[in-house]
Design a protein around this ligand. Structure first.
Ligand code: PMP
Length: 420
């Protein structure tokens, strides 16, 4: 196949991509762990700290008003990014892990309730549920997956028949396999069975434009740092009626209406779930990342959602081409097995080599300036299911190039020769 597609951006937007690693030009293929940041985000952060820093929602003074406006504008951008109905449904968190912990801790669970989690979940969509289930005697049940890395549909349907399923937790795009799960259909079945669905969107949000209303997700979580924004900031989307019915996760300033020693009443959404001084710089940086992404689709239309739609169409087109090219190249290498061959995949290519352990692959590629991730990728139950201790994972962003994939393939090829 010929790959002639152009990237939707210029690499000059990402200064770190011009640096070196171990004497070689950096080839950054660990985007599922975290993405690099464009100048627009770095400048927004710098501008905030040098000229706009103040606490939000508290002061009448000029700086506090500036910071509050930027903070509130960023929430509106996050709302548009997810297509939530209202900013009341957009809770700022520390990241995906924090968002899932919030829901697992605040959702009302009872003894015997069942929580269905797919075998390909990240630990952050397993452990919070185990903690919550352990407190009340609820039960966590795994949804099996096929060898290719897809949900075993009949098993999912059967598990839902118990009548006890309270919530389904499912990753939208698997960080270890690249599988894109059929969230809309899973949500429909979960709802028919009277269950809620929480979607871990950490790896989906960077690759595709999310529409929580179309998916009919009850909860959707993402991390800013995987979306070209800063670390320490994320978004939890929740349907307003559900969030209203849930008690606060943590208490403190800003999340209250009236406090007395006898009784406290809580603020309206979203403040109810955001106690204490928030990560203001992180929120503003995330807003800048959404703006940056919206610029990748061509001429601005004046409508952020439309611009994001055009941008993500470009991002998906290009990243699919990268993934297709990488899959084609790597599968030709003797002794290489691709882990995760689902029909729908996004941006992630994991593999093992007959000749070398993933850790050796990672170390040798690093010597060539190529950053990939090796290990269990926080998915130990998945590794157990696949019968491998670990894999090597290349994960792509729209700033990666076909030449970088050639370098990766050459590097892996040289490892097979070295260990032959
Ligand atoms: N879920 C998935 C699928 C992930 O890839 C990650 C990050 N590796 C997380 C959850 C956790 O995200 P964070 O560490 O940003 O909270």
């Amino acid at each position: 196949m010929l790959y002639t597609t152009n990237p939707p951006t210029t690499r000059a937007d990402f200064p770190i991509l011009s640096t070196e690693a171990n004497g070689h030009p950096l080839i950054y293929l660990d985007n599922a762990a975290t993405t690099q940041k464009p100048v627009a985000v770095l400048q927004a952060l710098d501008r905030y700290w040098t000229t706009q820093n103040a606490n939000v929602h508290r002061g009448v003074h000029h700086l506090s008003q500036v910071a509050t406006r930027l903070y509130d504008e960023a929430r509106e951008k996050a709302r548009v990014l997810l297509n939530a109905k209202s900013t009341a449904e957009v809770i700022f968190t520390k990241g995906t892990t924090d968002g899932i912990n919030l829901v697992a801790a605040s959702l009302s669970l009872s003894e015997g309730d069942e929580i269905l989690l797919s075998t390909m979940e990240h630990h952050s969509n397993i452990v919070p549920w185990q903690l919550a289930a352990g407190k009340v005697g609820a039960v966590v049940r795994p949804i099996p997956i096929t060898d290719e890395g897809e949900i075993v549909w009949d098993a999912y349907v059967d598990l839902l028949k118990s009548g006890r399923v309270k919530v389904v937790g499912i990753v939208h795009v698997s960080n270890s396999l690249g599988t894109v799960n059929p969230i809309k259909e899973m949500a429909r079945l979960a709802h028919e069975a009277g269950a809620l669905i929480l979607v871990d969107g950490a790896q989906a949000a960077p690759h595709t434009l999310i529409d929580v209303q179309d998916l009919d997700a009850d909860f959707y979580t993402l991390s800013g740092h995987k979306l070209y924004g800063p670390t320490g900031i994320g978004v939890l989307y929740g349907k307003e009626s559900l969030l209203n019915a849930m008690p606060p996760y943590q208490g403190g300033g800003d999340m209250i209406r009236v406090v007395t020693f006898e009784r406290t009443t809580y603020a309206d959404l979203p403040a109810k779930f955001e106690p204490g001084t928030p990560n203001i710089a992180g929120v503003i940086g995330l807003g800048a990342a959404v703006d940056y992404l919206s610029s990748l689709g061509g001429k601005p239309s004046g409508n952020l959602r439309n611009d994001l739609g055009a941008a993500f169409a470009e991002i998906e087109r290009y990243e699919h081409a990268l993934l297709g090219y990488a899959t084609e190249k790597l599968s030709k290498i003797d002794g290489l097995t691709i882990t995760g061959t689902a029909r729908e995949k996004a941006g992630i290519l994991a593999f093992t080599l007959r000749q070398a352990h993933p850790h050796d692959i990672g170390t040798i590629l690093d010597q060539l300036g190529i950053a990939v991730r090796t290990g269990h990728h926080c998915c130990q139950p998945l590794m157990r299911r696949l019968g491998v201790p670990a894999t090597a994972r290349a994960s792509f962003a729209f700033y990666n190039t076909f030449e970088e994939i050639d370098r990766l393939a050459d590097g892996v090829e040289s490892i097979t020769e070295m260990f032959a």
